[in-house]
Design a protein around this ligand. Structure first.
Ligand SMILES: *Cc1c(COP(=O)(O)O)cnc(C)c1O
Length: 280
């Protein structure tokens, strides 16, 4: 939808920080010239590239980023200098984890299934002047942002149950102190795990410190067999989904809003015990 609605000059810049960015980049190429502005593929996407002086040209319609890279555990701690171009951000895995200045973006989009609700709903925050009928020829009515904006997201029957649950989560967020408080909780929660990783003799975080995500924390022991043993024992102890994405291996703790601080404390206690038992 992003290229269909925004790629009026048929040219856009993409920053490649992982699989979702690569997929968005490949999709944009169907509609025009998608230019790789920067990439962290050289080190298996373990960092966010320097985006202070990107080769952005006057004719580019927008600049795309994937703000939190779910699989690799990286996050932009500073937005790229887009040289005045519209910033499009996939915030699927960091949406509502902290306050965001929406005025810095042209489009923010997020699949709700990481931090807000059940799979099947996507939230789009779009600058009003970008909602228009001036879309690429052949764009289906359903894939125009204007169709959804004009119809209060009720052009067709929307995923009602998903939206209902999102509403419940919004109320819960507001009732528990809003996004300022959520940020505080999430920072403290992630710090427990990162502090442990930074001093551990067995486990090691895989991401460069200035690119670390608050939501997804990948780590390894450096030994594939030991990683497998950890995942197996963790599962037996009740810790689910700690296996890293199949493309990167190792472990990954996804500590979204729904994960209480106590869950991270218990994970760290388990990791300490595992470290003692497997000291070499
Ligand atoms: C999970 C995820 C997606 C994909 O969401 P789907 O609804 O499965 O297509 C896209 N971007 C990011 C950053 C994600 O974490």
């Amino acid at each position: 939808m992003v290229p269909m609605n925004l790629m009026k000059n048929r040219k856009a810049g993409y920053i490649l920080t992982g699989q979702w960015a690569k997929k968005a980049f490949a999709e944009a190429k169907i509609y025009g010239e998608a230019v790789e502005l920067a990439s962290s593929a050289d080190k298996t996407f373990t960092y966010i590239p320097d985006c202070s002086d990107l080769p952005i040209t006057e004719d580019m319609d927008y600049v795309y980023i994937c703000e939190n890279n779910t699989i690799y555990g990286t996050k932009y701690h500073q937005l790229p200098d887009t040289k005045g171009k519209i910033l499009v951000s996939d915030q699927s895995s960091c949406f509502l984890s902290e306050p965001v200045d929406v005025t810095k973006y042209g489009i923010i989009y997020a699949g709700v299934q990481k931090n807000v609700g059940p799979a099947g709903t996507v939230i789009v925050i779009i600058r009003e002047d970008l909602i228009s009928d001036d879309v690429l020829p052949g764009t289906p009515t359903m894939l125009k942002y204007k169709t959804h904006a004009d119809n209060d997201s009720l052009y067709n029957t929307p995923p009602c149950y998903g939206i209902y649950i999102c509403g419940k989560v919004f109320k819960w967020l507001l009732k528990t102190g809003g996004l300022e408080k959520r940020k505080e909780i999430n920072e403290a929660k992630a710090k427990i795990l990162y502090d442990f990783l930074d001093q551990s003799k067995l486990f090691k975080g895989t991401v460069e410190k200035d690119s670390r995500s608050m939501m997804n924390v990948p780590f390894v022991t450096g030994d594939k067999e030991l990683d497998a043993k950890f995942i197996e024992e963790a599962k037996a102890a009740g810790f689910e989904n700690l296996k890293g994405h199949r493309t990167v291996g190792g472990m990954r703790a996804s500590i979204y809003n729904a994960m209480p601080t106590e869950g991270v404390e218990k994970l760290v206690a388990f990791m300490k015990k595992f470290e003692e038992e497997n000291a070499r």
